[in-house]
Design a protein around this ligand. Structure first.
Ligand SMILES: [Fe+2]
Length: 382
């Protein structure tokens, strides 16, 4: 059966990539950018690395720097208002998942009337967004590569997953020089998010030979480079490898889907404002163990991609080796071992499980979970 795959039309990668946005913007027939970012990136001087390129090329822009971690519907609405007030006709999003996701929401509202909440779910908008130049500064959510974005509905305390090909960036940029200033904890959390994308993306019900190419490559690259990027933030080769690894799995999972690590992590983010990558990292080995009997010999491929020697090992042993390798990587980069350490409350598990079951990522899980299954996984990760 035929199938459609979505990729950003223009991809710019590698050290110095930011400077290459200029000729692409010149071709876009646009007048003024809304730079969507957050205050931390402004203070760290990361935004200036981009705006100096815009200044030199005399590209007009206004800055909306009010993006919050786990951005909300209000956040997107405020950004859309800034876009209108400043008469901007395209978006340059600078940052990790939060600015990228906010930028997508703003760009979608510019061409699709109404409330962002109307677009929760899969493919709900009629029109392509205004152009987005998505400059990623973490490695990462890969939001610059994907058709997905996540916005918190503060009234319902729910992270809305919006899957919408109309929101894909026109230009996706990964410049590892912009990632050098990322602190260790953020490098670790975003890197484990990327590993989760790759492993969930490789074992999801929606995987195909095409998405496998991206996700397996990413497992290999991320497993080999994440520790180095966390240990030495100035290691440009490790940063470049992580930027590439997270981007390729972005192209994989965006077109194949994810599973219940993300469904369950989204609720922890919505409830406790936990960093997305940390929630994923804690849940990942427990969900992989739960799914192990439903993914054929795919954990063997994961184990090999993670660099494990599986010769003369039984399939069950290999599964355990893969799960242990995920736990070890997570521990080595400083991720807490359990949800209890993160302030999660056991009495919330039934509510979290109900919300996780309704999450847009759940149908992609290789095994159909019950509410009791989800609660049991939260408990095992506690
Ligand atoms: Fe993620």
């Amino acid at each position: 059966m035929g199938r459609t795959y979505y990729f950003p039309p223009i991809v710019i990668m590698g050290p110095g990539a930011v400077e290459l946005i200029v000729p692409e913007i010149m071709k876009m027939n646009v007048k003024k950018a809304l730079v969507v970012t957050d205050k931390v990136l402004i203070e760290a001087g990361v935004v200036e690395e981009v705006t100096k390129v815009l200044d030199e090329a005399q590209i007009a822009y206004a800055v909306f720097s009010d993006v919050k971690p786990n951005p909300t519907v209000k956040n997107v609405n405020d950004g859309y208002q800034a876009l209108q007030e400043n008469e901007c006709d395209f978006v340059i999003s600078i940052g990790g998942g939060s600015p990228q996701d906010t930028g997508k929401g703003i760009a979608i509202l510019a061409t699709n009337p109404g409330d962002l909440r109307d677009y929760e779910g899969v493919g709900k908008t009629a029109n392509k967004s205004i152009p987005i130049v998505a400059i990623n500064t973490t490695a990462g959510t890969a939001s610059e590569a994907t058709i997905n974005y996540v916005i918190t509905d503060e009234d319902r305390k729910v992270k809305m997953v919006i899957v919408d090909p109309n929101s894909i960036a026109t230009v996706a940029v990964n410049d590892p020089i912009l990632m050098l200033k990322m602190p260790k904890s953020l490098t670790a959390a975003t890197g484990m998010d990327a590993l989760t994308h790759a492993i969930e993306g490789y074992t999801t019900a929606g995987a195909s030979a095409f998405t496998d190419l991206f996700n397996l490559e990413a497992i290999k690259v991320i497993s080999a480079s994440l520790r180095k990027a966390v240990e030495d933030g100035d290691d440009l080769d490790a940063r470049d490898a992580m930027a590439y690894g997270q981007f390729v799995t972005g192209m994989g999972f965006s077109n194949g889907g994810l599973g219940i690590v993300h469904s369950m992590a989204h609720q922890l983010g919505g409830f406790y404002d936990l960093p997305h990558g940390v929630a994923n990292a804690v849940l990942l080995p427990h969900v992989v163990a739960y799914n192990a009997d439903s993914v054929g010999d795919r954990l063997k491929d994961v184990a090999v991609a993670m660099g494990l020697d599986i010769s003369r090992r039984e399939p069950k042993e290999i599964n355990i080796m893969a799960i242990d390798a995920i736990k070890k990587l997570s521990k080595d980069v400083g991720i807490p071992a359990g949800l209890a350490e993160l302030g999660v409350k056991e009495e919330d598990f039934p509510t979290l499980a109900d919300l996780a079951l309704a999450d847009a990522c759940t149908p992609g899980n290789p095994k159909c979970p019950s509410k009791e299954d989800i609660i049991a996984i939260y408990k095992s990760a506690f």
